[in-house]
Design a binder for this molecule. Structure first.
Ligand SMILES: *Cc1c(COP(=O)(O)O)cnc(C)c1O
Length: 306
């Protein structure tokens, strides 16, 4: 009896995993405590819309924008005491959408769970705003044209874990991926987008389905344009790194992270002599001043919770 029972439990567990794994979407955003005592979110409706776009691609049911925003606000206010003081960190919010139910074949899941985790966080990279060291991956790819690299599905992280773990073991901060067709154009880093600076021009790979359309990326493009930089979204060949003045990454978790070096096929290219690049610094300051409530929110990006 015991044996049968335990094998039933085992079968159920295996089955549940199979049903849930292929369908999972996540989001990431932060709640900040501003200088004047407000609690704010940065463009949360963008996260809601991105989850809906992802759900459409993955054949999942998704919360409406209103349901998403309501749930995020509720979780932040319920965890208010865990939001770090201004400038000391933020409350990271991780909405999750999972499919489950009795399906073994290829079919949409009959049930969905939308849940949200929250956790106080400091800096993503232990280096802080100090430059990070990236390695270009030439064997593994995170996405392919027509695939799901452009939506925030849990599978994207599973695909990069092996390369990411190996890079970490060799002392790198993260991995920079190349396109899987030509193996020569920059795509992005495991969990953030990449920008390359030359003189007054900032280039970043265009959104074509294989890179994640970062909300920080989009915001930094607007901020850079308003500061007088020329921003171009185009193919960025890996060779362009050799002549770049600066390289930096953007994402909710990493904010704006300057890149100190990139290693490609064993050859290391350094930027900025270990110092934070001028453009990365300027953009980091502009973005964080907005999020901390210091700069005026001309773009209407800040949602006040209290
Ligand atoms: C979440 C994520 C980003 C950054 O997106 P933001 O909206 O700026 O946080 C970039 N790349 C990948 C692969 C991601 O999962």
């Amino acid at each position: 009896m015991n044996r049968i029972l335990s094998s039933v439990v085992f079968a159920r567990r295996i089955f549940r995993k199979e049903a849930e794994h292929p369908r999972g979407l996540f989001e990431g955003l932060k709640a900040y405590r501003t200088q004047d005592g407000n609690i704010v979110l940065f463009r949360p409706e963008e996260n809601a819309l991105r989850m809906r776009a992802g759900a459409e691609r993955m054949c999942m049911a998704a919360p409406t924008v209103e349901q998403f925003l309501e749930a995020v606000k509720e979780i932040v206010l319920a965890n208010e005491r865990w939001i770090p003081p201004t400038g000391k960190g933020s409350l990271y919010i991780r909405p999750l959408l999972m499919g489950s139910g009795s399906v073994l074949g290829i079919a949409p899941a009959p049930e969905y769970t939308f849940l949200i985790y929250a956790s106080p966080v400091g800096n993503y990279f232990k280096e802080g705003l100090a430059p990070i060291n990236l390695v270009i991956e030439t064997d593994f790819h995170r996405a392919s044209p027509g695939g799901t690299g452009g939506v925030k599905t849990i599978g994207n992280y599973a695909a990069v874990l092996k390369a990411h773990t190996a890079a970490k073991a060799q002392g790198y901060s993260d991995v920079l991926y190349l396109d899987c067709v030509h193996k020569k154009y920059l795509e992005e880093v495991s969990s953030c987008n990449v920008f390359v600076v030359k003189d007054n021009v900032i280039s970043t790979p265009a959104i074509k389905g294989t890179i994640l359309p970062g909300i920080t990326r989009k915001s930094i493009i607007d901020i850079a344009c308003s500061l007088g930089f020329e921003v171009v979204e185009q193919l960025v060949p890996v060779d362009q790194l050799l002549s770049a003045d600066e390289v930096f990454c953007t994402g909710t978790a990493v904010v704006v992270s300057p890149v100190g070096s990139i290693t490609h096929k064993g050859k290391r290219t350094s930027f900025g002599d270990g110092k934070v690049g001028r453009v990365a610094q300027q953009l980091h300051t502009a973005l964080t001043r907005l999020q901390m409530g210091i700069a005026e929110d001309n773009m209407d990006w800040i949602v006040k919770l209290k």
